[in-house]
Design a protein around this ligand. Structure first.
Ligand SMILES: O=C([O-])CC(=O)C(=O)O
Ligand SMILES: [Mg+2]
Length: 218
């Protein structure tokens, strides 16, 4: 039986993240722009954080950065989904932050280690309410934005994605089965920057949806 996607973070199965899907962001970190294939990594479902709860930086990082991203919520599962059918597998969207311990990520890159410590810690996936698919008829014509303490830090158009949504669903499902309730983060536009304790983050998709999170450490 189909489950209620409005609470997908409570029962969803996995979070698949796409990296460097906006050329300008890849360049701002001095990374190569992906060639033929997207860059993928995973977050566990324990990374989910809902508005009302504070973002708590991991103890080993001094440079925490939010990345505003469009999330895709799967309504049904499949393997090797053809691009032409990919949108039928989508149930809707969510606004997400891919919280990144940038100093840890730089060390992982230097050492050739996986990004788990940099990307998969508790609180590393703040997520908005579920947005049903029919509320976003043109997902490649959205503006994603992020303000820190009221100041605009990131603003980007989903039209700038290197790999568009149907391609991503098809590509990922050819590697790992996508399941109902899975979330796909589609990468962040340019403008990432450090945040500090007590900062207030506000992110949005145009004026369609917005969410707020405070940064606290204990
Ligand atoms: O850490 C990175 O820059 C890769 C990434 O997640 C993104 O591009 O959204
Ligand atoms: Mg990201």
């Amino acid at each position: 039986m189909a489950r209620d996607l409005h609470s997908f973070w409570e029962w969803g199965r996995k979070i698949v993240c796409v990296g460097r899907n906006y050329a300008e962001h890849a360049r701002e970190l001095g990374n190569p722009v992906p060639g033929a294939e997207p860059l993928l990594f995973l977050k566990p479902v324990s990374a989910y954080l809902r508005p009302g709860f504070a973002i708590r930086p991991p103890r080993y990082s001094r440079r925490l950065q939010p990345e505003v991203e469009l999330g895709l919520v799967l309504a049904k599962g499949g393997s090797c989904i053809p691009q032409e059918e990919a949108m039928d597998y989508l149930g809707g969207y969510a606004l997400c932050l891919d919280m990144t311990a940038r100093d840890t990520q730089e060390e992982c890159k230097r050492e050739g280690h996986p990004w788990t410590l940099a990307k998969a810690f508790d609180c590393s996936c703040p997520v908005s309410d579920f947005i049903p698919k029919d509320m976003i008829p043109e997902p490649h014509r959205l503006t994603l934005w992020l303000k820190v303490n009221g100041q605009l830090r990131q603003q980007g158009q989903t039209s700038q994605m290197i790999f568009p949504i149907p391609y991503l669903i098809s590509y990922i499902s050819g590697i790992m089965k996508l399941e109902e309730g899975d979330l796909v983060l589609t990468g962040t536009p340019a403008g990432v920057s450090d945040i500090q304790e007590h900062d207030e983050l506000q992110a949005g998709i145009d004026d369609l949806i917005t969410m707020k999170f405070k940064v606290e450490s204990d």
